[in-house]
Structure formats: C-alpha cells, structure tokens
Design a protein around this ligand. Structure first.
Ligand code: FE2
Length: 272
C-alpha cells in the first residue's frame, strides 16, 4: 500500500493570476495519480476556513478516487465564513466527517492502523527564559500569534494539549497490538522546532509543538509519526520511529515558483 503524506497547503493565501485554489487541487490530484497512491494523508492547514478545507477534501477525493484522511490544523479551525460555529463546533464538524477519524482509528490491514489527532501546542518548545504568563500573551516583537484572535477553545492551550493527548492515548490504546501511523498537526518532537537561540522563535516555538505525546512513543508501536505546522520538509528517525514533516508551506518559502515542482518535493510516500 502506497500512502502519500503532505501538509500545510494553505490553498487560500494567493488567488492571483499566478496561483489559485484550483491549482492546488489539480496539481495534488495529478501527483496522486502519477505516483499511483492508494491513500493520501493531509496533516492540517489546508486553508483559513473550515468549510473551504472541507470542500477541498471532497473535491480531491472526487478527482482521485482514493481514501483521504486529514487532521485539522490551527488554520482549519479558523472561521472565515463567519457562521456561528465555535472552535469546538468546528472540531466536532471535522470529527463528523469521514476525513478526520479521531476517536475511531482506521484499520489499514496487514496489522497496521492509522491514528489521527490534531494535537495542540503546550508552550514547552519555547526557551526557558520566558515565563508561562509571558507566553500566554501570545504577542512578541510587534507580532501577535493569530490563533489568539481566531480561535477560542474556552480553555488554555496547555489544557487543550492535554485533552488532545488524552484522546490520542485512548485511540492508541485501542490499536496497541498494531503497527501505528500517528498523524498530528503540531510537532511532537523537539527536533522540529526552530533552532534556538533565535531572536523570534525563542518565543514563538511555544506554539509549534507539544510534549504531551512523548510517552506514546515508548508505550505504543508507532512506526511513523506524521506532522505539519512548521513549514519545514524534514524527516527524523529515532528509536524505530520515522518522524515526517511534509509541509508545502507558503509560496514565499518555496525554492522555486512552480507548484508542480514544490508539491512533488513536499509529498512523502510511505509503503506499508
Ligand atoms: Fe499550522
């Protein structure tokens, strides 16, 4: 079985003459077909609106005819269409789609299972020189972390991270006899934070990843840990786990101007 992995498409960032939303759908669908993938995993941040992200998944599924799974990223929890959904409503909206199977891992056959959990950042990746209260402000160096104004979990980020991890543990426990692919949006390994000391990211690394998943790699047979969010394309192997970050990222971060080239470069394929 050939499984494609990609994340952080951010399809709605451009919409100019050089790059439109349909270019992402068409290019990714072409690549899925060209590589004869059996399944595609998207580790979050399709767009800045939950409905737009959902419609993208539907369109991509129709064009490829393969199973697609997804975990919502922080941007997918934003509500640009301004309907009256709260952040938890959006969470439940995704959970009720066939794409985000949190709470019901997917049996991939041959002793493999797929566990999906968005995860959340818990500030533990920041430099020690910032207090919890300082990080909680989510503003630094003239910038504000946009989740502060776009997302309202009605609880602290630390509590959200804990809650997500509790849910993930339940799912992992239910497939503990299987080889596991775990897909999150936030980073679950500090190798993926921006190297410090760094003028900006000593602070902003707080919102990159979580330490609440650390023990899962000891307790369960996780073979692949897929994540997004950080806009690196990077793989790390440690303790029998392959950590994969296959972010497409923003156009200004691309090495070329060609979406076909960049999607090809970002897309990772795992075979089980
Ligand atoms: Fe993100």
């Amino acid at each position: 079985m050939k499984i494609g992995v990609i994340s952080d498409l951010h399809i709605d960032r451009y919409n100019d003459e050089t790059l439109q939303q349909k270019d992402f759908t068409l290019t990714l669908a072409n690549e899925v077909n060209r590589q004869a993938l059996d399944m595609l995993l998207i580790a979050g941040d399709i767009s800045n609106d939950h409905m737009r992200s959902f419609r993208f998944l539907q369109a991509l599924e129709q064009m490829t005819g393969i199973e697609i799974y997804f975990v919502p990223g922080n941007h997918d929890f934003w509500n640009q269409s301004q309907d009256d959904k709260s952040t938890w409503d959006i969470y439940n909206f995704f959970k009720n789609t066939k794409y985000y199977r949190t709470g019901s891992p997917v049996d991939l056959g041959n002793g493999w299972a797929l566990v999906m959990n968005a995860g959340w950042y818990d500030y533990s990746y920041a430099s020690d020189r910032f207090s919890y209260d300082r990080l909680k402000e989510r503003s630094y160096y003239g910038g504000t972390w946009q989740d502060l104004v776009r997302i309202d979990w009605q609880m602290s980020d630390v509590e959200v991270s804990k809650k997500m991890a509790e849910n993930a543990q339940q799912d992992l426990e239910s497939v503990k006899d299987k080889k596991i692919i775990l897909m999150t949006h936030v980073a679950t390994h500090k190798a993926f934070r921006v190297p410090m000391p760094n003028r900006i990211f000593d602070y902003y690394n707080a919102f990159i990843g979580t330490s609440d998943f650390d023990s899962f790699y000891e307790d369960y047979d996780i073979r692949y840990s897929i994540m997004g969010h950080i806009h690196f394309r990077h793989k790390v192997e440690e303790g029998g786990v392959e950590y994969i970050c296959a972010c497409l990222g923003y156009k200004r971060e691309w090495r070329t101007k060609e979406i076909v080239h960049e999607i090809r470069d970002a897309l990772e394929v795992i075979e089980i």
